[in-house]
Design a protein around this ligand. Structure first.
Ligand code: FMN
Ligand code: SF4
Length: 431
């Protein structure tokens, strides 16, 4: 499943090798040297500056600078500080973290240990999606091995620094991937996002200063420490350095995970790495970054996969989950599935989100079954527009953007359903 051996890969370089999943094997392959170097030779401030200068951006969806986030942790504060590793990965189309947990748990733990030293954190909570039982087992085993060897707990690596790690399993709610929904769930409460400010760096897990990063983001850190900023910046673009793991699914010959530099053209990923659409059919549209990111039509696939370029096309990298749809696809059906998901997963706190997701789904389903009116398109755009930037968390934006994207590029599909009073794509997929 993992298409790893490209020269550009470093995160997944050893993923076919079972040795990499055990602590001894990981160390034989050079593991934990970066943590040892960080904890014994580098000050927390040096580390923060290094990660800032590397340009590493979060790989959980928002693309925020990891070093900047670390620097927000208050220094003059006696409260215990915490880290969270976000392994909730519930975005449809995204499956990279699962493989990182199954095959690269020590790489991630090493990144966590370095982040803990940089931020002065006393403990890390690894929050894993409820359905990921095997990945969670893999992480628990790796944590136990690392404790046994003295890499976590009191006097970590014999340095006098103490850091604990706890693994928590979620219960299968998409909204618990949003960092403050996650914190609520971690504390044993209903997973409903918090109003911000205060941000987690001031008031996070159990009210303590907290930094939340994604599984993949932590996993880049040991490589940056070992090989340096220039090496890291040689991958990717000026503004978006490094590689990332693209997950490709849908109508392609070789679906799977591909670690490639940021800025790789979407067309190269779809046609060369994933083998294009089978059966000689053409691509109709591609979602570039998980289901909440607006779709791109076939004519825009040359876009480099980095936020500075994707934003120009009114979409974003998100989690790098690329979903390919061929020419038989009904884009109203796609809108119907997407709007159903968001209606179902809204936590219901904000009116715009709770009502907006419900109305969008109702209208799209009406159009899909041939009972829509021309005015429905304007109402859909109006509802989606009112959901943007007006709620407690970005879920409502994530629900509105894909519908706006489908209407921007595929309005003819909606118009054909309304005019013809039925779906004109009999071969389109069903779930
Ligand atoms: C609705 C919603 C769901 C999210 N789900 C995830 C998720 O499953 N995993 C993740 O790492 N980040 C998710 N995020 C982003 C997190 O809130 C947060 O930005 C991220 O964990 C920070 O890590 P990073 O800076 O390393 O990317 C989600 C955000 C929203 C709004
Ligand atoms: S935007 Fe939606 S998911 Fe986020 S807090 Fe409001 S109701 Fe809940």
């Amino acid at each position: 499943m993992l298409q790893s051996p490209y020269v550009t890969s470093y995160l997944t370089e050893h993923f076919g090798n079972d040795e990499f999943t055990t602590l001894d094997g990981y160390e034989r392959l050079g593991g934990y040297q970066a943590a040892r170097k960080a904890l014994t030779e580098m000050s927390p401030d040096d580390l923060i500056e290094l990660v800032k200068a590397s340009g590493l951006q979060g790989r959980g969806g928002a693309g925020f600078s990891m070093g900047m986030k670390w620097s927000f942790m208050p220094k003059e504060d006696d409260r215990p500080k915490y880290l969270v590793c976000n392994a909730d990965e519930s975005e449809p189309g995204s499956f990279k973290d699962r493989i990182m947990l199954e095959r690269g748990a020590h790489q991630m733990l090493e990144g966590i240990l370095i982040a803990a030293w940089a931020t002065g954190a006393a403990a890390t909570f690894i929050y894993i999606r409820g359905e990921y039982s095997f990945p969670a087992d893999c992480v628990e085993r790796a944590v136990a091995e690392a404790y046994e060897k003295g890499y976590f707990g009191a006097n970590a690596m014999g340095t006098g620094f103490s850091h604990d790690v706890r693994v928590t399993r979620g219960a299968g709610a998409y909204i618990c991937g949003e960092e403050t929904g996650l914190l609520e769930s971690l504390e044993g409460k209903k997973g409903q996002p918090r109003k911000k400010p205060p941000f987690p760096a001031q008031y996070g897990a159990f009210g303590m200063p907290t930094t939340v990063n994604n599984v993949e983001t932590y996993s880049h850190v040991p490589h940056i420490i070992n090989k340096g900023i220039d090496w890291f910046r040689a991958f990717g673009t000026d503004k978006s350095p490094g590689t990332t793991i693209f997950g490709v699914s849908g109508h392609v010959a070789r679906p799977g995970l591909y670690e490639l530099p940021l800025g790789t053209p979407l067309s190269e990923i779809v046609f060369e790495h994933a083998g294009g659409v089978p059966g000689g059919r053409k691509v109709k549209g591609v979602i570039p970054g998980g289901m909440s990111m607006p779709i791109l039509p076939a004519g825009l696939l040359d876009v480099p996969m980095a936020n500075e370029f994707l934003r120009e096309q009114k979409t974003m990298l998100g989690t790098g989950g690329i979903m390919v749809m061929d020419e038989t696809t009904c884009m109203v059906r796609v809108a119907s599935i997407i709007s159903y998901f968001f209606r179902d997963e809204s936590c219901g706190q904000c009116t715009q989100c709770r009502e907006g997701t419900g109305w969008m789904n109702k209208i799209v389903e009406r159009i899909e079954r041939g009972a829509g009116e021309q005015s429905d398109i304007d109402v859909l755009l109006d509802v989606a527009g009112k959901m943007e930037a007006s709620t407690i968390c970005a879920f409502a934006d994530a629900a509105a953007w894909p519908i706006q994207g489908l209407l921007r590029h595929f309005s003819e599909d909606f118009i054909a359903h309304i005019g013809g009073r039925k779906c004109p794509f009999p071969e389109s997929f069903e779930l």
